[in-house]
Design a protein around this ligand. Structure first.
Ligand code: GRF
Length: 201
């Protein structure tokens, strides 16, 4: 069976990025396995300097930049993003290091089909600077969460979490590096769970 023949029956996954795309790469690698239920159909970055834009085509996936700075408003950016996603017709959208907050109006158009990975043990530490917050709070454990995206920031139903023990000499940078390793393990597992859920319902 050719890859094209194999992919025609698979769920379609769009991946949104803003940076290097390390989480994107783990998802692409896992979807390249024969037992996966999904195939990547598009990578979209909101920044032209996103390193992941070059990595996607090298892995056989179309990539495009919709630069949020090229639009006069958030809604115009989101309209362009929505149109690009309609063209790609994904069953699931994976936010992977995507650093734009999506409006409730946009989320409502894709609700139930957007996943996000967040570098904290939600519901703790929504938003930014999560590693510094965990250290400053004196927490013993930190980690990452994959969740369904809803209108509220970093607040949707949780699909999976991974934990990291905070060391006494941890800095936000050293902790972030260990959390990122766990993100790369968690997100592929979480995407598989989400795919199974779609197939079974
Ligand atoms: C990391 O900060 C991670 O915690 C968050 O996005 C960044 C990784 O970006 N989820 P990328 O996947 O390497 O682009």
């Amino acid at each position: 069976m050719s890859k094209a023949e194999r992919d025609v029956d698979r769920l379609r996954v769009a991946i949104l990025i803003s940076g290097g795309g390390s989480n994107m790469m783990t998802l692409l690698d896992d979807m390249g396995r024969d037992d996966h239920l999904a195939t990547p159909v598009i990578v979209i970055a909101n920044r032209p300097d996103a390193g992941g834009l070059a990595k996607a085509p090298a892995n056989g996936v179309a990539a495009q930049c919709i630069d949020h700075k090229a639009f006069d408003s958030r809604s115009e950016f989101e309209d362009a993003l929505h149109r690009a996603l309609l063209d790609a017709a994904p069953d699931l959208i994976c936010l992977a290091g995507f650093m734009r907050i999506l409006s409730a109006e946009f989320v409502a158009k894709w609700e139930g089909r957007i996943l996000n990975i967040h570098p904290s043990l939600l519901p703790k530490y929504k938003g930014l600077h999560t590693h510094a917050c965990a250290i400053e709070a004196g927490d013993d454990l930190h980690g990452c969460t994959v969740h369904h995206v809803t209108a509220a920031l970093d607040d949707g139903p949780i699909i999976g979490q991974a934990t990291v023990r905070i060391a006494v000499d941890d800095t936000p940078e050293s902790l972030a590096a260990r959390v990122l390793v766990q993100e790369h393990l968690l997100y592929p597992k979480a995407l598989r769970i989400a795919c199974e859920s779609i197939i079974q319902n």
